[in-house]
Design a protein around this ligand. Structure first.
Ligand code: FAD
Ligand code: EPU
Length: 339
């Protein structure tokens, strides 16, 4: 068990902001994690589990231990004529799992191609893109309860998934380490989901008339590359805010002034607005303050141009939030985990 003291967290957050952790450790199974949790050297320190660090913003040093999850493996648990149940270690990179499934002809994750990060964090905010969320194919997950080291299985209902929400961000916050996630995927023929955004347009552009899950995955990858910055080139954590859900009345007032404003029915009732559109209308798209700013192709993404601190990016997010509130009366909520 190696404990790195005063660890530099820059390589472990895709914003690339500077921060140090009191201690940093790695684990790749439940027993290693139990040993770490019981280690006298780490006793009493606050704990932070990290996968790929693609949904966090460090605004200061972390006054505790960072536990890097490296639980490996992709295994078929069972299958029948129509389905295959695939269990992945929390430390597998999400996009590697998607490609593995697509290449084996297992359908259901293809719309979620190219989302950064690791499998273990995916249930935290029920990752979603292009009309699909992980709750749609989720079967169960295995987590280690930090209070007693017991392994606990959560089915879909127990995870209380919502839009960028789960039990693990609410009542279960900081109480579990997710170790494995199992998905129920389809065998061919698959039901493809190509109605969202411009997937169909992208397939048409490529001249594909009978798409496979691989074609859908490639289309999603092409669309994402055209809009979202690659964290290896430009530090970011994807959408900084959630798309807000507002009352019908407020949505209608905004539509009266801006008939072009994108709106979507929200699963939980009310109307979902596009935060990127609101932020662009408030004048922030492409805004740059030396070291950091708002992405010029997607206003929902805050970026580190180089040398930004987490606090500076947080302060910018506060300015954006206040100006959208003043202009439209809409309160944005941060999607990124602020530390
Ligand atoms: P981290 O950032 O390491 O952790 C995120 C949170 O989960 C933290 O609170 C952490 O403590 C906790 N956590 C991590 N692992 C565990 C574990 N094993 N057990 C318990 N808690 C854990 N998200 C979407 O939903 N859809 C998108 O389309 C999307 N696009 C993105 C595009 C870009 C360019 C970027 C940079 C990000 C994007 N994201 C998107 C956000 C991000 O990729 C996801 O939230 C991803 O699931 C985060 O994974 P991670 O391993 O990097 O998590
Ligand atoms: N828009 C603008 N200006 C902008 C950005 C967007 O007008 O600067 C408009 C677009 O024209 C479109 C609408 O807003 O009409 C929605 O934009 P887009 O399709 O790019 O998606 P999004 O709502 O901004 C969400 C997710 C993304 C996910 C995409 C694709 C949230 C918070 N974000 O973005 O997830 O990849 O849809 O499904 O729900 C993430 O969570 O980190 C993330 C990147």
């Amino acid at each position: 068990m190696q404990i790195i003291r005063q660890a530099d967290l820059r390589p472990f957050n895709t914003f690339g902001v500077p921060a140090r952790a009191e201690a940093l450790v790695r684990f790749s199974d439940a027993d290693q994690l139990r040993t770490l949790l019981a280690a006298p050297d780490l006793a009493g320190l606050p704990r932070l589990f990290l996968g790929g660090g693609s949904n966090v913003l460090f605004t200061r040093d972390w006054p505790g231990v960072v536990l890097l999850n490296e639980v490996p493996g992709i295994t078929v648990m069972k299958e029948d004529e129509r389905h295959v149940w695939v269990k992945a270690g929390a430390g597998v990179f999400w996009h590697d799992l998607v490609l593995h499934c697509v290449d084996h002809g297992w359908g259901g994750l293809e719309n979620l191609s190219l989302i950064p990060g690791k499998v273990g964090a995916a249930p935290m905010q029920n990752i979603g893109a292009y009309g699909v969320e992980i709750k749609d194919t989720f079967h169960e997950l295995e987590a280690l309860r930090l209070s007693d080291g017991a392994l606990v299985t959560f089915d879909r209902a127990a995870c209380a998934f919502g839009y960028r929400e789960s039990f693990f961000k609410r009542a279960g916050k900081d109480q579990y380490a997710i170790l494995h996630v199992t998905f129920q995927l389809t065998k061919a023929p698959h039901t493809l989901n190509t109605s969202y955004g411009n997937i169909q347009q992208e397939l048409d552009r490529q001249g594909i008339t009978h798409p496979t899950i691989k074609d859908v995955s490639n289309a999603v990858i092409a669309i994402r590359r055209s809009k979202l910055p690659d964290p290896a080139v430009l530090g970011n954590a994807g959408s900084f805010f959630k798309n807000p859900v507002v009352s019908e009345a407020l949505a209608q007032r905004i539509k009266a002034d801006h008939p072009e404003a994108p709106t979507y029915p929200a699963a939980e009732g009310g109307v979902k607005l596009a935060a990127g559109w609101l932020i662009e209308q408030a004048g922030w798209k492409g805004h740059r303050a030396n070291s950091h700013g708002v992405h010029d192709k997607q206003a929902l993404v805050l970026v580190n141009h180089g040398g930004a601190t987490g606090q500076a990016i947080y302060d910018l997010s506060e300015q954006v939030l206040q100006s959208v509130k003043a202009r439209f009366g809409v309160e944005l909520e941060r999607e990124v985990n602020i530390l």
